[in-house]
Design a protein around this ligand. Structure first.
Ligand code: PRP
Ligand code: URA
Length: 211
């Protein structure tokens, strides 16, 4: 089996934008816009290996053989709810991608993830899947979402997150060693409530203004 990699964004714009998001005084509006912007950067990195072919066109100067995407089919799959915040940024990079939704919530006491919704494009098994969620904390939600996608026959899966904890990365490496992880940053650890430190706080609440 292929061994997946962890790709951590190494870019001053991402670092700067994440720092604004970490500030507890950042408004819901700004937080939501920044999730989307960083989603675009992470999608840019996660699509670096898309296959190219060539086609012949006429430039104003001459005939030329130019690179063009080889029509690889993609699907973006946000983990509800907070993953929704990343969808439009990713779609700005890959506008033809289909969107599947998977609803996961964590039991607040056990931190165990539960699937409450799953609606995928019909041909999902033929698509490369980009699972998106701002937070990879214990890794339980993402690992369960990857399980669901594999159950539906998906073979090429990438996980895109804004902030990852080392514990979450270790969980995915163990449960799904074939899945590449793309992270805006890797933080220090989890606290006793399963929140990433220093982290962003509750990403869903901050995107949707529910607290
Ligand atoms: C958050 C986050 C992830 C999950 C990460 O969602 O968006 O899905 O927690 O934690 P884990 O790695 O320990 O599983 P949450 O369960 O708070 O739901 P929400 O998106 O509806 O806010
Ligand atoms: N979910 C969040 O929204 N934030 C965390 O830090 C951990 C899980």
């Amino acid at each position: 089996m292929d061994s997946g990699k962890v790709h951590v964004m190494d870019h001053p714009l991402v670092a700067h934008k994440l720092s604004i998001m970490r500030d507890k005084n950042t408004s819901v509006k700004d937080f939501r816009e920044l999730v989307s912007e960083i989603g675009m950067f992470i999608a840019y990195e996660a699509t670096r290996d898309l296959p190219l072919t060539t086609r012949t066109i006429e430039t104003p100067i001459c005939e030329a053989e130019v690179p063009t995407l080889d029509g690889k089919k993609l699907a973006v799959v946000p983990i509800l709810r907070a993953g929704l915040g990343l969808v439009d940024g990713v779609l700005r990079m890959v506008p033809a991608a289909r969107v599947g939704h998977i609803g996961m919530f964590r039991d607040e006491e056990t931190l165990e993830p539960h699937t409450y919704f799953c609606k995928m494009p019909k041909d999902i098994a033929e698509r490369e899947v980009l699972i998106v969620d701002p937070m990879l904390a214990t890794g339980g939600s993402a690992a369960a979402a990857i399980d669901e996608m594999k159950k539906r026959g998906c073979k090429q899966i990438k996980l895109l997150v804004l902030v990852a904890a080392p514990e979450g990365i270790a969980c995915i490496r163990k449960a799904h060693p074939d899945v590449d992880i793309y992270a805006g940053a890797v933080d220090k650890c989890l606290n006793e409530n399963g929140y990433i430190v220093p982290g962003l706080g509750d990403a869903g609440d901050r995107i949707f203004g529910t607290k």
